[in-house]
Design a binder for this molecule. Structure first.
Ligand code: SF4
Ligand code: SF4
Length: 376
């Protein structure tokens, strides 16, 4: 029986004031037992936040720059100065706009660190025969520190440290893998294996404000007041999921990762340090309602049942500014333009959610379709 243990720290932090966050991040890292020994002076570090899309930090879609700033200050305090920030958002994007809006440009300038556009790829093979394009420059770094944002997710229930590894795949390819792994089970197994291949060396989770409801892009920010840290991202996620009242076993992405031995979810093997564990227990942020619906659909019936009963993306023509981004992103060519309006061809849609994640104006929502709509 494996008795190996891990430490997860949870520090109470109720605002993004940089001075407060710098202090709390330092305490969270220290309480988790510190950074792994391999991260030492001279180490070249890639900080991998969640930069899903060009949204300002108060939307709780992306990792808040104050938390990354706290990490940079900690790294500099232990003489680690070769620091780069990078993540690959969903679909294609304008890097400058992404970094400006998410606060990364200012952060990089004031802290004198690099920003890396994830444009070059190399391939890795996971699950014996699945070839995945990932960031080529990953080999140039000695260590990766993942800084996920705690959010709900329509397909995987929550997105935290394990899901953040998906950011190592270039945006367009992510769209493709949503298409080839459309069910929660397939996607969770896929990401768990990807996590094992690209496991970060350390995780610092931003849950000062998290996302509740229909995440990862259209939910609402909710104050949760926590910063979590640890060397085992699966254990960090296992701790964080109780913010939504979940047990780790409820979340396939965490369960699959633990089952495969990529991390720990048993509470008696997780040493909990820090002052925020009572806060976590008391929280009951809203889950992503539709993710619970998706989980209940048997795998074999997933396509049929979802086709007949489920929702489909609907474009609100009042909110749509006709930028065409959704049409560009849809790997199934299910979005088309007619009479100067963007529409979804339900028959082609595989419910990958990429258009919803991509629309900068929240003009696309999942809505229940009438049976006859599904033949459009
Ligand atoms: S739905 Fe959104 S992404 Fe699509 S064209 Fe309209 S504003 Fe652009
Ligand atoms: S229309 Fe359907 S298939 Fe196309 S991006 Fe949106 S959810 Fe995915």
């Amino acid at each position: 029986m494996n008795t190996q243990k891990t430490i997860v720290s949870a520090l109470y932090c109720d605002n993004y004031n940089p001075a407060t966050v710098i202090d709390k991040v330092k305490k969270a890292i220290t309480a988790s037992g510190g950074l792994p020994k391999k991260i030492k002076p001279g180490t070249k570090v890639l900080i991998n936040p969640n930069l899903l899309t060009a949204k300002s930090p108060e939307n709780a879609v992306t990792t808040h720059p104050s938390v990354i700033k706290g990490l940079i200050h900690y790294l500099k305090s232990v003489n680690i100065t070769d620091i780069t920030i990078g993540d690959s958002p969903a679909g294609s994007h304008d890097w400058k706009k992404l970094w400006d809006i998410t606060g990364m440009s200012d952060l990089a300038r004031t802290e004198n660190v690099q920003l890396l556009a994830f444009e070059n790829t190399k391939t890795v093979t996971i699950d014996n025969d699945l070839v995945i394009p990932v960031l080529k420059e990953i080999d140039d770094f000695d260590a990766v520190i993942s800084v996920p944002k705690l959010k709900t997710h329509l397909l995987t229930k929550i997105t935290g440290a394990v899901k953040n590894t998906y950011g190592m795949i270039p945006g367009k390819a992510k769209t493709h893998f949503h298409g080839t792994h459309p069910s929660p089970r397939k996607m969770s197994k896929f990401i768990a294996k990807l996590y094992d291949t690209l496991k970060p060396d350390f995780v610092l989770m931003d849950a000062v404000e998290s996302m509740e409801g229909e995440g990862p892009n259209t939910g609402k920010p909710v104050q949760t007041g926590i910063i979590l840290a640890g060397k085992d991202g699966v254990a960090v996620d296992a701790a964080a999921c109780s913010v939504y009242g979940y047990k780790p076993e409820d979340i396939l992405i965490i369960k699959e990762a633990a089952k495969a031995g990529f991390g720990i979810i048993d509470s008696d093997r997780i040493e909990k340090t820090g002052d925020a564990w009572h806060t976590i227990k008391a929280l009951k942020a809203k889950k992503a309602f539709l993710s619970d619906v998706f989980y209940k659909i048997p795998e074999k019936l997933f396509f049929i049942v979802s086709y007949i009963t489920s929702c489909r993306p609907k474009i609100d023509s009042k909110k749509c500014v006709k930028c065409g981004k959704c049409m560009e992103e849809c790997s199934q060519s299910a979005i088309y333009k007619k009479n100067n309006k963007y529409k979804v061809k339900n028959k082609k849609c595989i419910l990958c959610m990429c258009c919803i994640e991509t629309c900068p104006f929240k003009a696309i929502k999942l809505k229940r379709s009438w049976i006859w709509d599904l033949f459009i």
